[in-house]
Design a protein around this ligand. Structure first.
Ligand code: SAM
Length: 251
């Protein structure tokens, strides 16, 4: 079933009506060629509720949907995961964003670390962020997320560490970290955390001084095992471990 995001002001629960506007109107009418009565689902991007609807009117600039029922069970993880991703080469960021959204990430922050090969000037960064946000929205629709994870503007490592400063739990997967005990202890410490920061280096890894700066700021180096993972694997591995832990907590 197709999934769309609308602003909260487009949802009229009492009147059992939801309005879809913008680019999705053309997509519904001319790409998906949806018909009156066909079912679709809608989220407001904040409440985590899923509104199951039927197409009622195919207007010029808006689709009127008849609200059939509301699915309350929130699909979002019980904690917000912030993925600080060292800028990777080529279009790897698109894969990372798509998979991170499927795994429940809350926000993705591209980080221009010292060893990141990719250097984005302001203009390029702006168009990249717009493209990456589109990837996030498409993945959120496909995975029926309750929200569309935000892709923030590129930060320096210093800015990223500052942004993460007050988060409840912060870790930096580091291939030179000693053994899995610290990883196990970190995961065990997540109970009750509302926001979790994860820092992943680019292909060249983190510079020594970046690791030092992170540790000084209370970000805990953790191992992801004895093998060296690609940057795109490391973030998704960490998100998978967190998703499993957060979803099974209290079972
Ligand atoms: N320095 C690495 C090397 O020797 O090839 C390159 C960095 S690795 C390709 C990219 C990032 O993935 C690292 O900065 C780290 O964040 C994460 N990573 C990869 N393997 C890891 C491991 N075994 N444990 C923890 N983090 C790992």
């Amino acid at each position: 079933m197709q999934h769309f995001f609308v602003e909260p002001g487009q949802i009229f629960e009492k009147e059992k009506k939801i309005l879809i506007t913008g680019n999705d109107v053309n997509h519904i009418k001319n790409v998906l060629r949806m018909k009156i009565g066909e079912e679709l689902s809608v989220s407001d991007g904040q409440s985590g509720r899923e509104y199951r609807c039927g197409v009622a009117e195919l207007g010029e600039d808006e689709i009127v949907c008849e609200l059939r029922f509301i699915k309350e069970d929130n699909v979002e993880l019980p904690a917000k995961i912030y993925l600080f991703q060292g800028l990777p080469k080529a279009d790897k960021m698109e894969l990372i964003i798509q998979k991170a959204v499927e795994l429940g990430v809350y926000e993705i922050i591209p980080v221009a670390t010292k060893r990141a090969v990719v250097k984005l000037d302001e203009k390029k960064a702006k168009s990249k962020i717009a493209r990456w946000q589109g990837i996030s929205e498409a993945a959120a629709k496909q995975s029926k997320r309750g929200i569309v994870p935000n892709v923030r503007p590129v930060m320096t490592m210093k800015e990223a560490i500052l942004y993460a400063k007050d988060m409840d739990s912060k870790a930096i997967p580091y291939e030179l970290a000693e053994g899995m005990q610290a990883t196990k202890d970190w995961i065990a410490s997540l109970a009750g955390c509302e926001n979790i920061a994860v820092f992943i280096g680019p292909e060249g890894g983190f510079a020594e001084e970046e690791i030092e700066m992170a540790v000084e700021s209370g970000i805990c180096p953790v191992s992801l095992g004895k093998r060296i993972l690609r940057t795109e694997t490391a973030g998704l591995t960490t998100l998978s471990i967190l998703m499993y832990h957060l979803e099974t907590e209290g079972i």
